[in-house]
Design a binder for this molecule. Structure first.
Ligand code: PHB
Length: 390
């Protein structure tokens, strides 16, 4: 008798649990995070994923009384996979926001899904200027190539450099960087004597470096996406370019904090401009770098980590303001956000949905036995100039 009662009570409890479970699942706010966790751009995925986790660990994963669940998907850096996974996250998981997007073609492939489903899509990496124009639901927390290229072009002018060669990866962000750099140095009376475009995947820089040598510029301007810098620097050093009297200048993508320390002395003295250096001397950044390292076996955050960290903040603060609603309410609550990031003060421009931020000019130096991009000049509150330049 007693046993039967217990069994009955147990069955009732199970039924109740079954009834409650779907309600709880519905209560959860889901965010889809689509990143290259494997393949040649896996470092971007690892950095952003780690930063998103850090933000939630530090700030809690509830908002508007509801639990937030981040669903991570690995697209391997392949656009078809990015599109399919994003579609599944919207249709099956009913995410309130999409986030991630490690490369421009991956963001381009997903933009129509954001538009059709009215799902805010927070781009934490892809940095071609036009990305935000592909959907009114895209908000960007990374940067644009035109935004970070002008700083180093101006530095070159101040330092009386006039004859340049540009070498960029042959796709969206590289073309943006090449165009912006050329326009700015020409405006300053300089000249680009050769414009070299290298394949994005597994580039062999040797034939291009030979052409640089033939052109004999005073400085070589380089854009390669995060993760590719080590291969470039290796070939640059092997061919003795560091001793050939040609200054190496770049956007910060080349001297990415993720791989900078492994580059060795060849990187010393490289001048770049960018929106984030792990050496940024603010109190907030020092805390960020320390906490990021502690949580990730000593890993140094790079400029994509800071985009992931800030992107998660933009989503969480947006959800707080929209009381957990997605769609247009969440989008509206993301626009116009102003806050201090580990990189400095930032704004999500309500008109363009792009980030406005300081851009620093930096030099690679050895400090305390490690290589760092040491900031020595700044342009304040830079808007993406790519949108007006077109
Ligand atoms: C891009 O594909 O938009 C991209 C990727 C890596 C970078 C910059 C831009 O470092």
């Amino acid at each position: 008798m007693h046993k039967r009662l217990l069994l009955k009570a147990g069955a009732l409890a199970l039924t109740l649990a079954g009834l409650l479970a779907p309600a709880q699942a519905e209560d959860t706010l889901k965010i889809g995070l689509v990143l290259p966790m494997t393949g040649p751009f896996a470092s971007t995925g690892k950095q952003i994923d780690a930063a998103v986790k850090l933000y939630l660990a530090q700030n809690g994963n509830t908002v508007a009384g509801r639990k937030v669940e981040v669903i991570l998907k690995d697209d391997g850096g392949v656009a078809d996979a990015t599109r399919r996974l994003s579609q599944e996250l919207v249709v099956n998981d009913k995410v309130v926001a999409l986030a991630g997007y490690g490369l421009t073609p991956l963001a381009f492939a997903t933009a129509p899904i954001a538009t059709q489903s009215k799902t805010p899509m927070v781009v934490m990496a892809a940095a071609t200027s036009s990305v935000t124009e592909r959907s009114p639901y895209i908000v960007r927390t990374s940067f644009t190539l035109p935004q970070v290229t002008i700083g180093v072009a101006e530095w070159a002018n101040k330092n009386k450099l006039k004859k340049f060669v540009t070498l960029v990866s042959d796709y969206g962000p590289g073309i943006d960087a090449e165009k912006t750099f050329k326009e700015r140095v020409q405006l300053n009376g300089g000249q680009v004597v050769a414009e070299l475009r290298v394949p994005v995947a597994n580039p062999d820089f040797a034939p291009f470096l030979q052409r640089v040598r033939d052109a004999q510029p005073e400085a070589l301007f380089v854009f390669v996406p995060s993760g590719v810098g080590s291969a470039f620097m290796k070939q640059f050093a092997e061919r003795g370019f560091d001793k050939a009297g040609i200054r190496l200048i770049a956007t910060g993508d080349l001297v990415d904090d993720d791989i900078l320390n492994g580059m060795g002395d060849v990187a010393l003295g490289v001048i770049s401009s960018h929106h984030y250096s792990a050496a940024h001397p603010s109190a907030m950044n020092k805390k960020f770098v320390e906490a990021f390292g502690k949580a990730n076996g000593g890993m140094r955050p790079n400029f994509f980590a800071v985009s992931g960290y800030d992107g998660m903040r933009v989503i969480m603060d947006g959800l707080k303001a929209s009381k957990g609603a997605g769609g247009d309410a969440l989008l509206a609550a993301m626009k116009g956000q102003v806050f201090e990031s580990p990189r400095g003060q930032v704004l999500i421009d309500a008109q363009t949905r792009d980030i406005v931020q300081d851009v620093y000019v930096r030099k690679v130096e050895r400090v305390g036995g490690q290589l760092w991009n040491v900031e020595f000049d700044v342009q304040k509150a830079v808007k993406d100039p790519g949108k007006t330049a077109k």
